[in-house]
Design a binder for this molecule. Structure first.
Ligand SMILES: O=c1[nH]c(=O)c2nc[nH]c2[nH]1
Ligand SMILES: [Zn+2]
Length: 503
């Protein structure tokens, strides 16, 4: 059933987005119009201090400028100078079925983490009652963090995977839904596909279900999901590659997360050049493939991904939590590979993409710090040579170090437009251009009760970020990235529909 039409809506205030990885676009005192289908139709600057102060002024302004004759809603941030519109976040990799386990991982690493925590919780979602509870909570939680699009792994169970699609549609989240394929002996008896043929048939059953509830995939899209190479037989990988080709559907999987996993793949497919090569020879490296992690890729593998135009989901919280490693995102970006962010719940302990963006910044700084040490040992070697100059070496080390760091704008770009590109939604979500969907969040900074910063007269609203009145818009956004949380996410819209409001 097509969703009901919405009321035409005017949004005013400050619109912040990341049209490019290196710059924030800040449209202060602007107006943006969204039509009954949730599409942005107009965007313009308001006169200084004028139209946005009262309803009559606004009605007059849209009448004069856009020929509107009333009949619209008007939505704007509350606190003057403390709020802004930001594109909704895109989570390119999240296991909804593992949501009850967030924060529980002990000191495990990938392979023992799967056996200890992950396979048991996924198995329990064969119960539809439990699946409804878990999936409803997960989708509500991610919406509350401003995630307007998510690429989900469910489990191997068709009925509960289909239920996840239903829940996303009911709650209005844009989503990719993957029925997880896993047919070989690495998987426990209690959570293994019967055969490669059955796994492909079950995947088709979920595709058919999604086609029946959202025939144009306006909101919900099926995504072909081999768990990862160690979980899949060669016939299963081939079957899914063939299905991806005939259906033109996207694919999601894991790649090169952990060194023991890579060794396992080498033993499983000894004739293949690399882990990436295994996916490639089974038809699974496509421009519509999203590969989570990619922490330990060789240069040859990066070149292969680039050639195939496959995308990477960077999951920094997960990579640190289960000690998989530090993903060299700068190298991937320099190679021209598209990168988005994933929470990777529950390898990752947080379902917030704001936290993932923050951790992407932190991991890049750790890599930068390690680069200084490498360069210092180069410097020492250089000093032994007659032509070495301390000044040149120091300059070199600073620039090499700084280049590794991801800036605030870059992290937020990965969280929005970068993720949209990974999931084939470029030009549709991730920004505020005319023609795009209104997938947006209203961010407001407010201070803890009674301890307000200079800007809020001491009337804090329980939020984690104080403002002192001297911050530029760029600094407010940086404070949000590093200090903010879901208390700052006041309203969330997907396709023009209000899907979360914090009261
Ligand atoms: O982060 C991860 N989460 C998983 O569920 C998984 N399965 C295979 N490899 C995985 N990595
Ligand atoms: Zn994962």
């Amino acid at each position: 059933m097509p969703p009901p039409l919405l009321k035409r809506t005017l949004y005013t205030g400050t619109f912040v987005s990341t049209p490019t990885p290196t710059g924030l676009e800040i449209l202060d005192n602007h107006a943006l119009a969204v039509d009954a289908h949730g599409v942005i139709t107009h965007r313009a600057a308001l006169p200084p201090g004028g139209a946005a102060t009262g309803y009559d002024d606004v009605v007059g302004w849209v009448g004069r400028n856009w020929g509107w004759d009333g009949g619209f809603e008007w939505v704007r941030p509350g606190g003057e100078g403390r709020g802004w519109w930001f594109p909704g976040f895109v989570d390119t990799h999240i296991h909804a079925s593992q949501y009850p386990n967030v924060g529980i991982f002990g000191k495990t690493t990938l392979l023992d983490w799967l056996n200890t925590y992950t396979f048991p919780i996924e198995s329990s979602l064969s119960s539809l009652t439990k699946a409804r509870r878990v999936y409803s909570a997960c989708v509500s939680r991610t919406l509350s963090h401003g995630t307007t699009t998510a690429s989900y792994y469910a489990t191997k169970h068709v009925a509960s995977t289909n239920l996840l699609a239903d829940v996303c549609l009911e709650k209005g989240q844009r989503a990719f839904i993957g029925r997880v394929c896993m047919d070989n002996d690495l998987n426990p008896d209690y959570l293994r596909d019967e055969s490669p043929e059955q796994a492909v048939e079950d995947t088709k059953a979920t595709i058919a279900h999604i086609d029946s509830i959202d025939p144009t995939h306006a909101l919900i899209t099926p995504i072909i999901t081999p768990r990862f190479v160690p979980s899949c037989s060669s016939p299963l990988l081939s079957g899914l590659g063939a299905l991806a080709k005939e259906s033109a559907l996207p694919i999601q999987t894991h790649l090169s997360e952990n060194t023991s996993e890579i060794a396992l793949v080498r033993r499983q497919f000894p004739a293949h050049d690399s882990y990436s090569h295994v996916y490639d020879t089974h038809g699974l490296l496509t421009p519509r493939t999203v590969l989570a992690h990619c922490v330990h890729l060789s240069l040859e593998e990066r070149m292969l991904l680039k050639e195939r135009k496959s995308k990477v989901s960077h999951c920094p919280v997960s990579n640190t939590s289960i000690s998989s490693g530090l993903c060299p995102v700068r190298e991937l970006l320099d190679d021209g590979i598209e990168v988005g962010l994933g929470t990777d719940v529950s390898g990752g302990y947080s379902s917030s993409i704001l936290v993932a963006a923050r951790e992407a910044a932190m991991v890049s700084r750790t890599l930068a710090a390690l680069t200084v040490e490498e360069t210092r040992s180069d410097e020492k070697e250089g000093q032994r040579g007659a032509e070495a100059s301390d000044d040149v070496a120091a300059k070199h080390s600073t620039s090499a170090k700084d280049r590794k760091k991801l800036g605030v704008e870059e992290c937020l770009y990965l969280a929005t437009r970068g993720g949209a590109k990974c999931l084939g939604l470029e030009g549709k979500v991730g920004g505020f251009e005319v023609g795009m969907q209104w997938d947006a969040q209203l961010v407001e900074l407010d201070a803890v009760d009674g301890e307000g910063g200079a800007d809020d007269g001491g009337e804090g609203n329980g939020g984690p970020v104080e403002l002192w009145g001297m911050e530029t818009w760029g600094e407010k956004v940086a404070k949000w990235l590093f200090c903010g949380d879901d208390r700052n996410t006041k309203k969330v819209f997907v396709g023009g529909r209000l899907v979360h409001e914090r009261r």
